[in-house]
Design a protein around this ligand. Structure first.
Ligand code: SPV
Ligand code: MN
Length: 626
């Protein structure tokens, strides 16, 4: 084996070598050299994050046909291979030492054996191709929250996406100098077919090694599998945070605008495709982030930052009426990468739920597409993939919050948990306190599965804090840490549960998409004790008069008492069954904090007492105002 310098000098030209050398970090050099040697690229490009280097990568994505130019200036399109349009949960493993294990919900693998396998897959995988080495800061630069990270990839699309989604970190690395504490990501798209998409999906592997804080990804292009800084970094950060007493959550961060110019910040966790981005993008409010947050206690208060600076958003359903701000960016000049949408003969993009009628033909993730096309299994191929996405800079959105890059983070007034739940939770409900919120809202999220992951849709799945897919520590420990977090805070944020997907007896949704604009205003007022509420066995719900006023003010809608009753009736049997299901799940999870079982017992008791007085379905008027 050659030494680090020999390897680097053999593959990096003078300019790129100098860029790496300037950082002056032997741990970094060793890491880069190791994967240069193993993956054996034709050449190596080191990005120092300057506009020239970012532009170089952007152009390479076009030159390599990983992206094509669309009609509107700055817009490009990328396709993933058919069947590579979602996170591959089965092949994403957290690597652990022999004998160590996590709960059955978390896919793990034995470290040595799986490292061996992935290193074999990565051997010579970049032959004939260029390797990109890029530096980022997870979280704002120069902040106590932040984690420097290096991404190695042979995909200019992945590097280009990183440049949009993450803050540049070359200067952070220089400041860090000779320090081993950075996250490392190695990705290769592997062999490509004539459509320039990954060919060997059977060898798709996404492995996260906690011990060396390194994640590997091979033979895939879909962002959730390849953009190391996104979901792979979450496993590393959750592990690191658990030792340092902070939190990495699958959360949006937003500013809710109250009376007299007041801004109250909320974080919110929702499983993928359950309204997280649309909540963060509510008209009239401001967005800090839509996917991943780091939370820390400082001086007895909770603060949050957005780990990212861009959005990798779901495009399905984005239309001019419901999502005017995104719509505008998606139809205006500026940098946007579309993925897995339909491209029309004139070079414009179309997706499911776009304004207008479905076009007759175009090119999509399945190749040449005509309306009604079916796949090998006879399944109709929609114009765009349900998990088709757009990647853009948050700063191109007109509702971006001025505190996006604040190294101090934003003070958190409220935390929101939600899921895709057709029959149990009311649309909005405030927990009695932090512990109740963590236990009965966050840790009790169950959500019907969506197209964001490969597999069957519509199955109710347990998903604590909507973070289950990204956990790298025991679930019980993770919940304990969340409970503890609130104990360090004098006045913890209020915790809310929301449900945008509640249905009536007729199977129809009880709410409209925009009703969440009202729920957020109500939550904002609650964090300042400016409206009263009704106390139910599951928490505090809004009073009709307040909602009626807010619906009028916010949506200019006459909110009927009948609608209120339908939406806010406490469904005792469904709530009891939910407790039953969760109690069972948690009793099979090692290290579940005892407090969780007490919380379920307490809630069950309250529900049974109410049932004895009022029956199974209890209208809000039966409960008292507080
Ligand atoms: C999610 O699925 O939660 C996403 C997109 O935010 S992905 O990058 O696939 O994780
Ligand atoms: Mn996400």
């Amino acid at each position: 084996m050659k030494n680090t310098n020999e390897v680097l000098q053999s593959k990096l030209d003078g300019e790129n070598y100098a860029k790496l050398a300037k950082i002056n970090n032997q741990f970094l050099n060793d890491f880069v050299a190791r994967y240069v040697e193993l993956c054996n690229p034709k050449k190596v490009f080191v990005s120092n994050g300057t506009p020239e280097d970012i532009n170089y990568i952007r152009n390479k994505a076009l030159e390599n046909h990983e992206e094509v130019i669309l009609k509107i200036r700055g817009h490009t399109l990328h396709f993933d291979a058919y069947g590579d349009q979602g996170r591959d949960k089965a092949h994403t493993k957290v690597l652990l030492e022999k004998g160590e294990g996590l709960d059955k919900f978390i896919v793990t693998g034995e470290r040595e054996e799986n490292l061996k396998e992935v290193h074999e897959i990565l051997t010579n995988i970049m032959e004939g191709r260029e390797m990109f080495v890029c530096f980022f800061s997870l979280g704002p630069a120069n902040s106590i929250f932040s984690v420097p990270s290096v991404q190695i990839t042979d995909s200019a699309y992945v590097a280009h996406t990183d440049d949009i989604l993450y803050r540049q970190g070359y200067e952070e690395f220089k400041r860090l100098s000779d320090n081993p504490l950075f996250f490392k990501f190695v990705h290769s798209q592997g062999e490509l077919n004539e459509r320039h998409v990954s060919k060997n999906l059977d060898k798709r592997r996404i492995y996260i090694d906690l011990k060396s804080e390194t994640a590997y990804s091979a033979n895939t292009q879909y962002g959730g599998n390849t953009i190391g800084l996104k979901k792979l970094a979450m496993r590393l950060a959750i592990h690191r945070a658990s030792k340092e007493g902070w939190l990495n959550e699958h959360m949006l961060v937003m500013g809710a605008h109250g009376p007299n110019g007041r801004v109250t910040y909320f974080t919110g966790a929702f499983p993928s495709m359950c309204g997280k981005t649309s909540t963060s993008m509510l008209e009239g409010e401001t967005i800090v982030g839509d996917d991943i947050a780091y939370l820390r206690e400082k001086n007895g208060k909770a603060y949050a930052v957005n780990v990212e600076k861009g959005m990798f958003g779901i495009i399905q359903g984005v239309n001019s009426k419901d999502d005017p701000i995104q719509w505008k960016v998606l139809h205006t000049e500026g940098e946007v990468i579309f993925s897995n949408v339909l491209v029309l003969p004139d070079g414009s993009a179309y997706w499911i739920g776009h304004d207008g009628i479905v076009p007759p033909e175009g090119i999509n993730h399945s190749g040449e597409w005509v309306n009604g096309k079916t796949d090998e299994k006879g399944k109709e191929i929609p114009p765009s993939h349900p998990n088709a996405r757009f990647t853009l800079h948050l700063e191109s959105l007109e509702n971006v919050d001025p505190k996006l890059h604040d190294p101090e983070g934003v003070l958190v007034g409220g935390v929101i948990y939600g899921g895709r739940d057709s029959d149990t939770w009311v649309p909005v409900c405030e927990s009695f306190n932090w512990e109740h919120g963590i236990g009965l809202k966050g840790a009790s999220i169950e959500s019907e599965t969506t197209a964001a992951t490969l597999g069957k849709e519509g199955v109710r799945e347990f998903n604590p804090m909507s973070n289950l897919d990204f956990l790298s520590i025991p679930i019980g420990k993770y919940i304990e840490i969340n409970i503890e977090f609130g104990r360090k805070i004098a006045n913890p944020p209020l915790v809310f549960g929301v449900n945008y997907f509640l249905k009536g007896k007729d199977g129809k949704f009880l709410n409209e998409k925009n009703d969440k604009k009202v729920w957020i205003k109500w939550m904002e007022l609650r964090t300042h004790s400016e409206v009263k509420a009704t106390k139910t066995p599951v928490g505090f719900i809004p009073k009709y008069d307040d909602l009626k006023r807010l619906f009028k003010e916010v949506l200019n809608k006459d909110y009927s008492y009948e609608d209120y009753v339908k939406q806010f009736t406490i469904r005792v049997p469904e709530n009891l069954s939910k407790i039953e299901r969760l109690r069972k799940i948690y009793s099979e999870i090692k290290n579940t904090p005892q407090r969780m079982f007490e919380l379920y017992d307490e809630e069950e008791k309250r529900l049974l007492e109410a049932k004895a007085l009022f029956g199974d379905y209890i209208t809000p008027d039966k409960f008292k105002e507080v």
